[in-house]
Design a binder for this molecule. Structure first.
Ligand code: SAM
Length: 404
């Protein structure tokens, strides 16, 4: 077994669920030893490759391997010092490199940080290495990562040593980052496609997380009943699934086909796709021959709101959307087998009176779906997960559901 430390993205709850669902799908035995808003410590079988995992998971920033575990009695770090001295941290790096030390403990331990800083400084000096420390920037009382993910992905292992420290159950754990996600790869899938519609798209990052939340093993068929220009289906294909989409708007449906053909060619994928230019409120009629194993979708979320609406207007929008979603859930109930997952986003609108108006759970419950939480024990009542980003003013509620 090996212990790995996962640095979580902006939405730690979603990242944790994505991680658990993906590992469960691949039938990888794992144990969550600890997790916080910033990082998760997991025990996993030896064969698991961090570089492959980090490529698959869009909610994980980087993965570090625990190299040292030492008892910490108060601020006596002698055991840690002894264990550290037996490890060649600069292996694979040249004579000149950058390094960072991140602290993922729940409570900051100044003494431990100072000890580690002194220890590595002295050591690299003795080894005649030109190691330059990058220290995390302080941003309004909060610490920012010491190196931008883009840069880390480029430099890791060649000119950058990224270390992390975590205090866990009376021990100090020291980890070395072995894989980092590359935000440029995601950006390419967002903006280098033949057709890009910023006002419409689900980001590649969110799309990948949603697909992973479905927890499907490779080679299954995923349906997006509101597929737009295909962001979710693209991620489904990239993770080894067959893609089926429904899009009512003809122009979007054809853009979706263009984008998915591009994706298939560019990434040399074996997975295929089929797009129906139809209304998903009637999907059981035209999807008869398709054996759909999971549904992943960011549906139509209502009109673009320039300013906060009144409560009356918000209730009107939500009522209309609820009617649409309920019809689609009724249709999905007809084509999905028991145990099939549906990952579905629904809006929650903030009103000018300071209220929040959202879709009621009856919309899916009446049609035989219930919330599914891959981490019921560790994070009870985690579903729905709220998702808000800079670009989008609407709060989106992420539901993972299962057909009863
Ligand atoms: C939020 S967008 C989906 C974005 C998509 N995930 C992407 O990244 O391109 C919702 C899409 O649903 C489509 N739509 C709305 N009502 C529909 C319906 N009843 N049946 C099928 N598609 C519908 C809209 O035309 C729009 O393209």
């Amino acid at each position: 077994m090996q212990k790995l430390l996962f640095t979580l993205g902006r939405n730690p709850k979603l990242s944790m669920l994505e991680l658990a669902s993906s590992l469960q799908a691949e039938k990888t035995g794992f144990q969550i030893l600890d997790f916080s808003e910033k990082a998760a410590l997991l025990e996993l079988p030896e064969g698991i490759k961090a570089s492959e995992l980090v490529k698959k998971l869009a909610g994980t920033v980087k993965i570090a391997q625990i190299l040292v575990e030492a008892e910490s009695k108060g601020n006596d770090f002698s055991e840690l010092e002894k264990k550290l001295s037996g490890i060649d941290f600069a292996q694979d790096l040249g004579k000149k490199f950058y390094y960072t030390i991140n602290d993922y403990s729940r409570e900051k331990n100044e003494e431990l940080e100072q000890f580690l800083l002194g220890c590595f400084k002295q050591r690299f000096k003795e080894e005649r290495l030109k190691a330059m420390l990058k220290w995390p920037k302080q941003v309004q009382g909060e610490r920012k990562e010491s190196i931008a993910p883009k840069l880390l992905a480029k430099r890791l292992g060649k000119e950058h040593l990224d270390l992390s420290v975590l205090e866990h159950e009376g021990k100090v754990l020291l980890a070395k980052t072995v894989a980092a996600s590359n935000p440029l790869e995601l950006a390419e899938r967002d903006y280098k496609r033949p057709v890009v519609k910023p006002e419409l798209i689900t980001s590649a990052r969110l799309a990948r997380i949603l697909v992973n939340l479905a927890g499907l093993e490779r080679g299954k068929k995923i349906l997006d009943p509101f597929c737009g220009i295909g962001s979710i289906l693209q991620e489904a294909m990239l993770t080894g699934h067959e893609a089926v989409g429904i899009e009512a708007n003809r122009e979007n449906a054809s853009a979706c086909e263009k984008n998915l053909s591009w994706c298939r060619k560019k990434f040399n994928l074996a997975s295929g796709f089929k797009i129906y230019n139809q209304d998903s409120r009637r999907l059981s009629g035209f999807l008869k021959g398709e054996k759909i194993e999971a549904v992943v979708s960011e549906p139509y979320l209502g009109p673009f709101l320039r300013k906060l609406p009144s409560e009356k207007r918000a209730r009107g929008i939500i009522a209309e959307l609820s009617e649409l979603y309920e019809k689609v859930f009724a249709e999905l109930g007809k084509i999905l087998g028991k145990g099939s997952k549906v990952v579905f986003l629904m809006p929650q609108i903030q009103t000018m009176e300071g209220k929040k108006v959202g879709v009621r759970e009856e919309v899916f419950k009446k049609q035989g779906f219930k919330a599914y939480n891959a981490l019921e024990k560790q994070m009870p009542n985690a579903i729905p997960v709220s998702y808000k980003d800079k670009e989008n003013r609407i709060e989106r509620m992420v539901y993972v559901l299962v057909r009863e």
